[in-house]
Design a protein around this ligand. Structure first.
Ligand SMILES: C[S@@+](CC[C@H](N)C(=O)[O-])C[C@H]1O[C@@H](n2cnc3c(N)ncnc32)[C@H](O)[C@@H]1O
Length: 329
């Protein structure tokens, strides 16, 4: 499948020529790569574009978004075709059933056909407190990407750090709650999941962003520069030990297994303040996060008012990722 590759400044002129000659391949989309644009043309039309670079498109992007079932019909048993996948920047991530793994290559190539992406990775889950992903490349190449969300730019390596699309609304909700001049402590900062939107969308005075995993920390620093924010203080270390005490108006505890860190969070507040406490909790004990927040406050000689309790997303069947907003005083 051929395309004419031209600098962006010439793209419009070449597109018009291809259309005038009736040789533009309408089944594929015009795609941009850095300063260049590829205009798809029908086979045999190369002769009309002498002096231009003609390329063979390995991963064309089709105009009418075909669905995976259509593309894989006859190649993969229908029941093994994934019904869901996620797109982070220009990388597709898909989970495959055990039985579907022998069709991984075909599924990966099909996903590249219907999405403008450079690689497809198979997701085997996230492990340990660092939530490190286990991934296997099934099509294309490259693992570093830039994902745009809520007006923020997140650079990351999908094989080294996780990115949960399901937390998008929560990241923005918290950023909007931050009042002018606040000091925020983000105890599980990762690549800046909360710290970056807070810095971009609020007028926080300072955000302490604490992260234990050097890979995530590396991207946190990059993302601070990418977003042009200057009020984040990055700290590499275990928040159990390095969280500053008596400084914060607000503490973000954006880790689903962090109840042991509640005492540290309360100590981080300057007198009174707000804690956003996350937990993964089974439906049967849905009030456990609230009980844990209240218990920790009690043990620290503090009172608390529960301002909000909400489900962030379904975590697994019967288990929810929830967040509690508590005013501690
Ligand atoms: C992956 S994030 C959770 C996702 C995030 N809340 C979101 O909005 O997508 C959790 C981060 O906490 C970090 N982490 C885990 N234990 C930590 C600790 N004791 N101190 C600091 N960071 C920690 C992990 O390395 C990880 O980057």
């Amino acid at each position: 499948m051929k395309a004419v590759r031209v600098p962006k400044s010439e793209a419009e002129q070449v597109r018009k020529l291809a259309e005038k000659l009736g040789v533009k391949d309408k089944s594929r989309r015009i795609t941009a790569f850095g300063d260049y644009v590829e205009i798809p043309i029908v086979d045999g039309a190369e002769k009309f574009f002498e002096g231009y670079t003609i390329v063979e498109q390995k991963n064309p992007v089709f105009s009418k978004k075909k669905n995976l079932k259509e593309v894989l019909k006859g190649k993969v048993p229908e029941e093994l075709i994934p019904t869901n996948y996620k797109v982070i920047g220009d990388i597709v991530i898909v989970k495959l059933d055990e039985k579907a793994k022998k069709y991984a290559k075909a599924i990966g190539e099909a996903l590249m056909q219907i999405n403008p992406c450079k690689a497809v990775w198979c997701d085997f889950g996230r492990f340990g407190m660092k939530r490190k992903p286990k991934m296997e490349l099934i099509a294309g190449e490259g693992s570093v990407t830039e994902h745009k969300e809520n007006g923020c730019r997140f650079r990351l390596d999908v094989t080294k750090v996780m990115f949960s699309l399901g937390n998008q609304a929560e990241r923005m909700r918290v950023a909007r709650l931050v009042e002018d001049g606040e000091i925020v402590v983000d105890m599980f900062a990762g690549i800046g999941y909360f710290s970056i939107p807070i810095a971009v969308h609020s007028k926080a005075k300072r955000i302490y962003a604490i992260e234990i995993n050097p890979d995530s920390y590396h991207f946190l620093l990059k993302n601070m520069r990418l977003n042009g924010v200057e009020n984040i203080i990055p700290i590499l270390g275990d928040s159990q030990f390095v969280t500053p005490e008596g400084v914060a108006d607000r503490v973000v505890m954006g880790h689903i297994y962090c109840h042991d860190y509640l005492y540290t969070a309360i100590r981080a507040l300057r007198g009174e303040g707000i804690i956003h406490y996350h937990e993964s909790t089974p439906e049967a004990v849905i009030d456990r996060p609230i009980r844990r927040v209240k218990k920790a406050c009690g043990k620290m000689g503090k009172k608390c008012e529960i301002l909000n309790f909400k489900k962030v997303k379904n975590y697994s069947p019967g288990v929810y990722h929830v967040v509690v907003d508590a005013r501690v005083y």
